[in-house]
Design a protein around this ligand. Structure first.
Ligand SMILES: Cc1cc2nc3c(=O)[nH]c(=O)nc-3n(C[C@H](O)[C@H](O)[C@H](O)COP(=O)(O)OP(=O)(O)OC[C@H]3O[C@@H](n4cnc5c(N)ncnc54)[C@H](O)[C@@H]3O)c2cc1C
Length: 399
């Protein structure tokens, strides 16, 4: 197994670095650094995504025929890692990463022609309507129903924890179209225009005081049957396909960037005399995180090597998500500990980069507490830690 990059890989890495030097402007970078939530605000994201799209790099895992750059798995890994290390905002995934692949894999030609270009150019901003009150981990229990009435479905019910629904033009929804048989069998995948009468979006303000998630209500919402993806009652298959995109991806670049931030804070903060980075107990905590990040990076490279050799990713990929989440949460805790009382004047204003309010303490202080609180959700969204461990136990360890 060869974990080193080839000459071509290194040339590509330089190309990505040159692009980032030129295009990752200070305003985008600063806004990202001051973001407490998983995703940056819509305006920042769209500005960055427009630059990637202009270069043909936004949909980096799409097939070339739909606008992808035709990269191999190593190039995808290099691109994600370099973007994270440079402090670029993540791509908002609901359009490009989630519904896009479902549409180009299972959608009609009309759906592909209409939706894919608008996902790429930012005209359509998407949100994901999977979870409901009572249907999160047990997603197949969902009740939001769509009843056929001529050429339309009539949708009634609710979706919850819907990230960025307040910004979205469209929502992709799992809806119940049949109540007979196994609960997985009566689910369909529907694309719904958020401007349709009968849709209401209520904000949910998280304990980090961010407005990131919402509850969406559907009251006799009429949706053309042409917005059904694939076959009626087969939506569970498309839903599972999408989750592979939601749970995949390289994490070590983002974690390395987080580690750099933690070290910067620990170098500047002291226990009264000694910088925390040299204080044995704190230094040991940082070292634990660093060892975890190095281990994770090595595992990611092993997976890359297997993929490059035409082999499947193997069971290692199933554990990456839980490990990455644990390290990320621990680093956000250590940042709070290092900041001490400067983490407590916790500001309600959001986004932090959009305010000229005074923040006491050093320049790295403002996002620390908000980020710590927001990261608690990381072991819940996209499949909770317990559910991910269940998958590892069943699929990998065969328990
Ligand atoms: C910040 C955030 C953003 C989100 N964004 C979206 C979004 O955009 N769209 C969307 O559709 N959803 C979204 N979600 C919802 C997310 O997918 C669900 O929260 C998640 O699947 C867990 O479901 P639940 O909240 O209903 O918790 P539950 O399923 O009720 O779980 C509660 C607890 O019980 C545990 N548990 C449940 N079942 C088992 C089991 N079988 N074995 C062991 N333990 C179990 C869980 O691990 C958890 O600790 C988001 C959630 C968060 C927190």
């Amino acid at each position: 197994m060869d974990l080193n990059f080839t000459g071509d890989d290194l040339a590509f890495q330089q190309e990505v670095r040159d692009f980032l030097d030129e295009n990752l402007t200070p305003d985008i970078k600063d806004a990202t650094a001051l973001t407490t939530t998983v995703f940056v605000e819509k305006d920042v994201a769209l500005k960055w995504q427009a630059k990637l799209h202009a270069r043909g790099w936004l949909a980096w895992f799409w097939p070339e025929e739909y606008g992808g750059p035709g990269w191999n798995s190593t190039q995808r890994y290099i691109f994600q890692t370099e973007c994270a290390l440079a402090g670029a905002p993540g791509i908002i995934p609901m359009g490009v990463r989630y519904v896009g692949p479902v549409i180009f894999t299972f959608g009609t030609q009309e759906q592909k022609d209409f939706f894919l270009p608008k996902i790429l150019n930012g005209e359509h901003y998407w949100c994901q309507g999977y979870s409901e009150p009572g249907a999160g981990s047990d997603l197949a229990s969902l009740k939001c129903k769509a009843e056929r009435d001529g050429d339309e479905y009539v949708v009634n019910g609710t979706k919850i924890w819907t990230t960025h629904a307040q910004h979205a033009d469209w929502i992709f929804c799992l809806v119940r179209t049949d109540n007979t048989g196994k609960k997985q069998q009566g689910i369909s995948f529907l694309l719904i225009d958020m401007n349709t009468p009968g849709i209401k979006v209520d904000p949910i303000i998280t304990m980090g005081l961010d407005h990131e998630v919402n509850q969406v209500f559907f009251d006799d919402v009429r949706v053309p049957v042409s917005n059904l993806v694939g076959e009626e009652n087969q939506g569970w298959e498309y839903a599972k396909f999408l989750l592979e995109f939601e749970r995949g991806g390289a994490a070590s670049g983002g974690l390395k960037a987080g580690l750099k931030k933690l070290k910067r804070i620990a170098s500047a903060q002291t226990d009264g005399e000694t910088p925390l980075i040299n204080e044995p107990a704190f230094a040991s905590e940082i070292a634990q995180c660093e060892i975890g990040v190095m281990g994770l990076e090595n595992t990611e490279l092993r997976i890359m090597s297997q993929l490059s050799a035409g082999q499947p990713p193997g069971p290692e990929s199933s554990v990456l998500n839980t490990v990455a989440t644990a390290i990320s949460q621990r680093m956000s805790e250590l940042c709070v500990e290092a900041l001490d009382y400067y983490s407590t004047p916790f500001k309600h204003v959001r986004p932090l980069y959009g305010t000229n309010e005074y923040f006491p303490g050093p320049d790295y202080a403002p996002p620390v507490m908000g980020t710590y609180l927001n990261r608690r959700a990381q072991s819940i969204f996209g499949g909770s830690n317990e559910i991910q461990r269940d998958i590892v136990a069943k699929m990998v360890l065969r328990l």
